[in-house]
Design a protein. Structure first.
Length: 658
């Protein structure tokens, strides 16, 4: 081989040497990549900052060291949260000479008192990044600590200390920590804290721990009919009080709702719950772990569903209802108002934003706590138990009836149209106990893996070729002539537009499963646009889902974990694999996974994660969604151009460089 092959640089190449390697220090990674820590820079992420600081105050209360928390929203988008707990330590940190522990906590990621379990038995913050991230993303932060009859303070800007910590006074009886911060407009733009959202957050925290008093205050200009200028929250009944207020005067299946709490010995944990079954309601769920909301549920939700289902099946058998064995968890919880709060040591969440709990022990803990109490709830008052059982079995009968109708329609449609679907739709038999699902899969390669990974009884596969037609910018004739859309419409069997009837849908769930990359996101967007425009009722009824395939596989020794994105990967490396040598592989697409991996991570109902796609119920919100889709997917490219221009600052530098 000629040596000159190695001497010639490619045309247009650039130098790549040591000067190209960046090392981000301190809190600089947070400012560069806020999405890795708080999920983005939108309104939800902005309010996540408030939740992080409030969670720290709640941890002091739950640990028994604080009885009062104050939340104050001032003009200028400044928020102050204080507690009467122990106060952050202000003496010099042994590993950082010349720096106080307070400065270390505020300026160093993965620092705090929640790792060893010595300072807190249970806590909402567990990665030591909460208040330091708030500090990094704020234009100004002031922390004041009252401790040992002295008051200390330190100020920061964009994560950097403005001066060393200093004593600012003496106090005979005051103690605790006060954090005041103003989110940085360089990160969040002109977004402002919403008083109503913070008011609800403060009130919900008071419900979650009966021993704490939370005081709310806001500037007069920020008060409204929904948000008073001042309020005090303290609820001795905890979640039971919360549910009672939420139910109002609504009539329920049982006159008494099911509530209770269970403490486990040796700091194993604590579970509190409140469940009601209103007669006319779509229901709602509220899941919490260590006072942190987990809107996507998780393992504690699984434990509750299992306990309720097993108990009511057993009650059905006790009362001679043989069909009770067919009751599913959805039959029990659909339409119910559910509140569940758990306190456990070292909880594991799906991401830093803590939307979903993944700790396996939480399922066992909740099931053990709730099952025995629910057995007694049903049998202590047989009339009450029979009323609830009857309501659940009505839902079960309706579910089984719809399932039988769909099976007939699917088989009829498949037989009638069989010649029109050669090699496309790989249908399911529909003979399993679970609900049926159609996976819309990107490409033949991924389709092949999905066919091997599926449950043949309940899961059907429909591969599509690349990016389907953008229906928002296409004419009606072009939509009707498109073969991919024709096959998809035929497979679903529920019609389109004004003829769309979800009752005729041949599957319980329609799941979009694309690669975890930019192209996959584009295809998923096109498919969601199709469903939004052509089958809106299907979306409104909750039948449409997005699969969540992983982007990375992280392996250390014999242990492997899968990460959905860079933020999840960083979290796993910082928690599960901390200090371990790891091998990280990146999946280029679903087709790269073997069937076993695809089944385990993306298709198996017991181990996968799905995102339900829904439409808002309010008319104004529906109009806003339609306007957004028209702007981003419609025929006028100027709208897309303006949208990209206005949000260019939110794009990761890595994406631009790529």
């Amino acid at each position: 081989m000629s040596d000159d092959l190695f001497d010639k640089a490619p045309v247009g190449g650039s130098d790549y040497d040591s000067s190209s390697i960046e090392v981000l220090e301190g809190l600089e990674p947070v400012r560069r990549r806020p999405g890795m820590y708080i999920g983005g820079t939108d309104e939800r992420a902005l309010h996540h900052l408030a939740a992080e600081v409030l969670d720290n105050a709640m941890d002091e209360a739950v640990a028994g060291h604080a009885s009062r928390i104050e939340v104050t929203l001032e003009e200028g988008n400044r928020l102050t949260i204080s507690d009467n707990g122990r106060g952050i330590p202000v003496d010099e940190h042994p590993k950082f000479p010349g720096k106080s522990s307070l400065e270390v906590i505020l300026t160093t990621l993965h620092s705090g008192g929640k790792f060893s379990g010595k300072a807190y038995a249970t806590s909402g913050g567990l990665h030591g990044v909460g208040v330091s991230v708030v500090n990094a993303l704020s234009s100004h932060t002031r922390v004041e600590v009252a401790r040992n009859r002295e008051v200390f303070a330190q100020e920061f800007s964009k994560g950097l200390p403005l001066a060393p910590i200093a004593k600012v006074g003496d106090t005979p009886n005051r103690r605790g920590t006060t954090v005041s911060f103003t989110p940085d407009t360089e990160i969040f733009g002109d977004r402002q804290f919403k008083p109503q959202r913070l008011f609800k957050l403060a009130r919900s925290k008071a419900y979650l721990y009966a021993g704490v008093e939370i005081r709310w205050k806001c500037a007069p200009s920020l008060a409204s009919e929904e948000v008073p200028q001042e309020a005090v929250f303290q609820f001795p009944g905890g979640l039971a009080d919360h549910l009672k207020e939420q139910l109002g005067s609504r009539e329920c299946v049982t006159s008494d709702f099911f509530s209770g709490k269970q403490d486990f010995p040796e700091d194993q944990g604590r579970v509190e719950w409140a469940v009601a079954w209103p007669l006319w309601s779509d229901g709602s769920t509220s899941w919490y772990c260590n006072t942190v909301p987990t809107p996507d549920g998780g393992t504690h939700e699984q434990g509750l569903r299992a306990a309720l289902t097993k108990a009511i099946r057993a009650f059905g058998e006790l009362t001679g209802q043989k069909k009770a064995k067919d009751i599913s968890a959805d039959d029990v919880v659909t339409g119910a108002e559910i509140m569940l709060s758990v306190f456990i040591r070292d909880p594991q969440f799906q991401s830093q934003t803590k939307d979903r709990l993944t700790s396996p022990e939480a399922a066992r803990l909740v099931e053990n706590a709730v099952r025995d109490h629910f057995d007694h709830f049903l049998t202590d008052n047989m009339e009450r138990g029979k009323a609830l059982l009857g309501s659940v079995m009505e839902r079960m009968d309706e579910r089984l009836r719809r399932k039988a109708e769909r099976e007939v329609k699917r088989k009829t449609a498949t037989n009638a149209k069989k010649l029109r679907l050669p090699g496309k739709l790989t249908d399911c038999s529909g003979e399993g106990d679970g609900e049926t699902e159609l996976f819309i899969v990107e490409g033949d390669s991924a389709g092949g893996s999905a066919k091997q990974a599926r449950d043949r009884k309940t899961q059907a596969i429909l591969p599509i070729r690349g990016k389907i037609l953008n229906v928002a910018s296409a004419s009606a004739d072009k939509i009707r002539a498109n073969s991919e859309i024709a096959d998809l419409t035929l497979a679903l069997g529920c019609g389109t537009r004004k003829d769309c009837d979800p009752e005729h849908l041949r599957y319980d769930r329609v799941i979009i499963m694309t690669d975890a990359d930019v192209d996959g996101a584009h295809i998923a967007t096109l498919l969601m646009t199709f469903f939004f425009q052509e089958m809106p009722e299907l979306v409104r009824k909750g039948h449409l889902f997005l699969a969540q395939p992983p982007l990375y596989r992280i392996t250390s020794a014999k242990e492997s974990r899968y990460a959905r994105d860079d933020a999840h990967r960083a979290e796993l490396e910082a928690t599960v694999f901390k200090g371990k040598k790891t091998e990280i592989s990146r999946f280029k697409g679903l087709g790269e996974m073997n069937p076993q991996q695809l089944r385990e991570t993306t298709m198996n109902p017991r181990t996968r994660s799905l995102t339900r796609i829904t439409l808002p119920t309010e008319h104004e919100q529906r109009f806003a969604v339609k306007e957004l889709v028209d702007h981003l997917m419609g025929r006028n490219p100027e709208h897309r151009f303006n949208f990209i221009q206005n949000r260019a600052g939110e794009v990761d530098r890595d994406l631009i460089d790529a």
